[in-house]
Design a protein around this ligand. Sequence first.
Ligand SMILES: NC(=O)c1ccc[n+]([C@@H]2O[C@H](COP(=O)([O-])OP(=O)(O)OC[C@H]3O[C@@H](n4cnc5c(N)ncnc54)[C@H](OP(=O)(O)O)[C@@H]3O)[C@@H](O)[C@H]2O)c1
Length: 292
Amino acid sequence: MNKIVVTGATGLLGRALVKILSQSNNVIGTGFSRAKPPIEQLDLHDQAAITTFLDTHQPNVLVHAAAERKPDICENDHQATIALNVQAAEFLARQCKDRDIQFMLISTDYVFNGQSAPYIEGAQRSPVNFYGQSKAQAEQAVLAVSPQHTIVRVPVLYGDVEYLAESAVTVIAEHMLKHTNSAHDDWAVRFPTHVEDIALTLNDLLTQTRDKQNGIFHISGNQSMTKYDMAVHIAKILNIDTQGLEALPEPSQTAARPYNCALQDTRLNTMNIVHQRDFATALAKVLSQHTS
Ligand SMILES: NC(=O)c1ccc[n+]([C@@H]2O[C@H](COP(=O)([O-])OP(=O)(O)OC[C@H]3O[C@@H](n4cnc5c(N)ncnc54)[C@H](OP(=O)(O)O)[C@@H]3O)[C@@H](O)[C@H]2O)c1
């Protein structure tokens, strides 16, 4: 049985990681502002606290999911973004290497510019916004600390949210519930992926021998859609008239977004590790917890 630390355990992905990985491992989750028992509070800017934490708990795996993941926030505060997304990741990677802890960095499809999809694991990084740059830097720093460390790139996520605005997918539903007419990006191609499919995939990856867990992995849902397409799905689920939906043919956000970062999960496919679910069915389940 692995002893696994999950950072970002109060976040959207971290909660699913704790839930799924706990079924067959000893898991300790850490968070920051939302941490309450059994989740431990660990400020990832506090290097002394990190080393004490690792010496106390002595995990053999650390999944690092904590990050600032909102591109518009990253664009407006480069210093804080680098401190959390790059420096904290590099420090953790170093501490893990020194203690022989398998380190897994959760990264993003936004390390690519979206102009030449699909992307294989070894494709060159080409981020178009500061969030993507920070995650690309983190990947490079982590692999420079040790090529034995693991990078897991994922696309836009959805799953059991604490509130609808928590994920870039369910926030669309919140907007549609508040406004009869709403406009949605019909330009960028996305592959919404359920957080529990990421967690199930990592759970399987962790059963492989350690030499098979090294380097970069891609995990992605297989249904491509724009945010406008997601809005149409949501309209059907929530019984909202699609007449009020407007498709925006151009990107409209503050920070630049890549066009299509489809991630090819070649390595995991070769290992026969694939977890997929139907978007509309899974999203209906998520939304039912907030709309009934
Ligand atoms: N969400 C997506 O669509 C998406 C897409 C691609 C990649 N990713 C990547 O997936 C990972 C997880 O994303 P997510 O959506 O689950 O993020 P999230 O819901 O925004 O959660 C962020 C987590 O980071 C923690 N955190 C923030 N500052 C911290 C600090 N100083 N010390 C310790 N912990 C701190 C937060 O703790 P508190 O809330 O307790 O403060 C929270 O647990 C990230 O690496 C992200 O880049 C996400």
